[in-house]
Design a protein around this ligand. Structure first.
Ligand SMILES: [Zn+2]
Length: 119
């Protein structure tokens, strides 16, 4: 879910209590986001990183992307594809959720990564 500014109508994800552009209270206009989009930019991290929420080391390498969701909202998250030769701008991806509800924390980490899909 993202939330929409009552003034400029921009949708923010992660949600924000105040619009960073208009400086107004965002209110309660929640918007369900599409679970598909395309990779707008990506990077391929080879440095070891630690998950800030759970304290576990993330798998390395760690492909990270900025995903342009199908409604035009940008979303930064992990990509499943580990082969850097297969990563490309414009590739279609879909969110893969943590299936074990006991492991969900109602945050960005509930999406494990974005899987490449063919359409
Ligand atoms: Zn605004």
């Amino acid at each position: 879910m993202g939330n929409r500014c009552p003034s400029c109508k921009e949708i923010f994800v992660p949600s924000s209590p105040v619009c960073p552009k208009c400086k107004v209270d965002m209110g309660w206009d929640w918007v369900e986001l599409p679970q598909t989009g395309e990779v707008y930019q990506y990077t391929y991290l080879v440095l070891p990183l630690w998950d800030p929420h759970y304290g576990e080391r993330w798998a390395n390498p760690y492909p990270s992307g900025i995903i342009l969701l199908d409604n035009g909202v940008f979303f930064r998250h992990r990509l499943e594809e580990q082969d850097k030769d297969k990563l490309r701008v414009g590739m279609r991806v879909q969110a893969v959720w943590e299936e074990d509800y006991d492991k969900r924390g109602q945050g960005m980490g509930d999406i494990l990564y974005w899987r490449t899909i063919e359409e």
